[in-house]
Design a protein around this ligand. Structure first.
Ligand code: ADP
Length: 181
């Protein structure tokens, strides 16, 4: 059985990779499908996102990466895929995901949405969180593959070096004066 894994992947995170790797153990073939969405202003173009995903998956043989536009169920039919694979993180994902799955069911009875629960260590992780942290100079090395982190830094900003201790505690003399009193 083949599955498509649709999403924005702007950019791919370790949470997405976890779902892909686990999906590839369940299905014969998984097609990671980057949605072309003209309503969003992404950090990476669709082509760049595809390249970042491909470079993240050299160790997985039964995966391919492409893009699509329009209805997900139409793309699933084109790809001869019976399954739409999605990841479920916190409760807030559930409402939207259920709505999408039920809508897709009304459009294509033969296609099933399969949810994999996010792994504990990635259940907080989203592409938006990664972009937000990088934008404010934080490190994202523990959230995305190394080559993805480098690309993000070249676009947003590099992580800031830690602040020198003196700026955290700028008035040590006043403190010691108080102690004497
Ligand atoms: P969206 O499709 O809402 O733009 P993404 O493209 O980021 O979201 O994600 C595609 C799919 O991967 C969605 O099903 C989403 O719930 C899932 N996903 C995203 N991040 C994680 C994560 N950290 N762990 C598990 N699943 C995730």
């Amino acid at each position: 059985m083949r599955a498509i894994y649709p999403g924005s992947f702007d950019p791919i995170t370790l949470g997405h990779l976890d779902i892909i790797e686990r999906g590839c153990r369940l299905f014969e073939h998984v097609i990671v499908a980057v949605l072309q969405n003209p309503n969003k202003s992404p950090l990476f173009t669709v082509e760049e996102r595809i390249k970042l995903i491909r470079t993240s998956l050299p160790h997985v043989p039964n995966v391919s990466v492409t893009s699509f536009g329009g209805l997900t169920v139409n793309f699933a039919h084109q790809q001869a895929s019976q399954v739409i694979l999605r990841g479920l993180r916190v409760l807030s994902d559930f409402e939207m995901e259920l709505q999408m799955a039920l809508t897709n069911k009304t459009l294509a009875e033969d296609i099933e949405t399969v949810f994999l629960a996010a792994s504990n260590e990635y259940s907080f992780l989203s592409s938006s969180v990664v972009k937000e942290v990088a934008r404010f100079g934080g490190s994202v090395n523990h959230l995305v593959p190394t080559h993805v982190a480098e690309e993000i830094y070249s676009r947003c900003c590099a992580p800031k070096p830690p602040e020198p201790l003196t700026s955290i505690n700028p008035e040590p003399i006043q403190g010691s004066k108080l102690l004497k009193e």
